[in-house]
Ligand binder design. Sequence first.
Ligand code: MG
Length: 183
Amino acid sequence: MEISQELADAINDQINFELYSAYIYLSMAAWFEEHKLPGMGHWMEVQVDEEFNHAMRFYRHIVERNGRVLMKAIAGPETEWTSPLDIFETAYKHEQVVTERIYKIGDIADKQRDRSAQNMLNWFYNEQTEEEKNTSEIRDQLKMIGDNIQALLMLDAKLGARAPAGPVPLTSIMPNPAPAGAP
Ligand code: MG
């Protein structure tokens, strides 16, 4: 089944939005470095790689189905935040927007009975559950921490241990990489 123009357009827009997401998270990483929270900066750098991988997964889907990938200008990200809590609150809200956008792509795939796109999108539904959980959990921990600097530095150290993102996906339906040490 050939990919429809409507679906290809929506996925092209999403490639752009995932790259925009990477750009936002890189902007957040830079803010953390500037404010001497390198662990949170590292966490955000891993997130940048994840967003690039999301863009590539959508890219592969269009390529695999002989559609046309069209690059567009990436919007400039925010650069100013008031606190780590402000950043993770923004990140959580951003991921909710991403989820809604991907659901809308799913609506198009459903309407067209495009099983191939639905299969590709299933990975993203799970991924978005994870993204919303991760960002909201850190936001909630930052709320608990309040202005306790010691606790903030402990969380920074913990987030600095985030494992690197998996490799760039070679196909649009590549499963998540196995955890380190798995056979
Ligand atoms: Mg993403």
